[in-house]
Design a protein around this ligand. Structure first.
Ligand code: SF4
Length: 222
C-alpha cells in the first residue's frame, strides 16, 4: 500500500472522492477504484505512474491468490489499519442516516465557547491530522460532533472556531464489519471516517445490537 501511496501526487485535494491520497491508495489496494480516478495522474508530469500502480496492484492480486490457495480455503477478510498495519476487531460506521460516527470531545481550553451547530477546527490529542466537525450537543464539558472536514469538503468560506487540541473521549456508531463486541470488552476498531485509516482502541460501555458506544479512546492500540 505504501508503494502505491508514494506514486500518488500527494496533493490530498479530494478530487478523486477520497479524503486524501492515503485513502485513495487504500481504495486502489482494495480494488474499489481505478488509478485514473485521480485526475492528476492523467497529466504529463505524472506520466507512467498509472502503469506503475497497476503493476503493483497485479502483484498484490497474485500474492493474495497464493495465500488463499496455501490455506486451502478463502482467507477470512482481515480488518487492518493503513498506517501501522494493526489488525482491528471491527469497523465502526455511522449510525443510520448520519454522515460520520459520533465523536465526543473535550476541549481543553475553557475560554472557548461553542454552541450546537458551530463548526470547530481541532486536532485530536495523539493524531497528526487537523479535523473539522459540526457540534451536535454540548453537555457537561463534553461536546458531541460529526466530522465534516477536511477543509476543502466544507468550503473555504465556512466560519469555524479554532478549538486547539481536543481529547476524543468516545465514539458511537454501528459495527458493520468484524465481530460485534460485548460490553466491557477492550477493543481495537477502525472508525470508517478516519482520514489516516488508523486503528483505535477503547472499551465498550454500551451496546444495542450492532450499535456500540466506546470510551477510553486511545490511538496507542492496547
Ligand atoms: S485526486 Fe485523490 S489521489 Fe489524486 S492527489 Fe487528490 S487526493 Fe490524492
Amino acid at each position: 500500500m505504501k508503494q502505491i501511496y508514494r506514486l500518488l501526487p500527494g496533493l490530498n485535494c479530494g478530487e478523486c472522492g477520497c479524503a486524501n491520497c492515503m485513502q485513495f491508495a487504500a481504495a486502489l489496494a482494495a480494488g474499489q477504484v481505478e488509478a485514473s480516478g485521480c485526475p492528476f495522474l492523467l497529466q504529463d508530469r505524472f506520466k507512467g505512474r498509472i502503469m506503475a500502480i497497476n503493476e503493483i496492484l497485479s502483484g498484490l492480486a497474485i500474492e493474495e491468490e497464493g495465500r488463499a490457495v496455501e490455506a486451502g480455503t478463502l482467507v477470512k477478510e482481515e480488518i487492518v489499519g493503513l498506517i501501522d498495519h494493526l489488525a482491528a476487531d471491527f469497523v465502526l460506521s455511522p449510525l443510520e442516516g448520519e454522515t460520520s460516527c459520533k465523536e465526543d470531545l473535550h476541549i481543553f481550553d475553557r475560554n472557548i465557547q461553542v454552541e450546537i451547530g458551530d463548526i470547530i477546527r481541532y486536532r485530536p490529542w495523539g493524531c497528526p491530522v487537523t479535523h473539522f466537525a459540526e457540534i451536535l450537543e454540548v453537555n457537561h464539558g463534553i461536546i458531541t460532533v460529526h466530522i465534516v472536514g477536511p477543509l476543502h469538503r466544507i468550503g473555504h468560506d465556512m466560519k469555524w472556531t479554532d478549538a486547539g487540541i481536543c481529547m476524543v473521549v468516545a465514539f458511537e456508531g454501528l459495527v458493520t464489519k468484524g465481530d460485534v463486541p460485548d460490553v466491557g470488552a477492550t477493543v481495537r476498531f477502525l472508525p470508517e471516517h478516519c482520514m489516516m485509516g488508523k486503528v483505535h482502541s477503547g472499551v465498550i460501555v454500551h451496546s444495542e445490537g450492532i450499535r456500540v458506544r466506546i470510551e477510553g479512546i486511545d490511538l496507542k492500540v492496547w
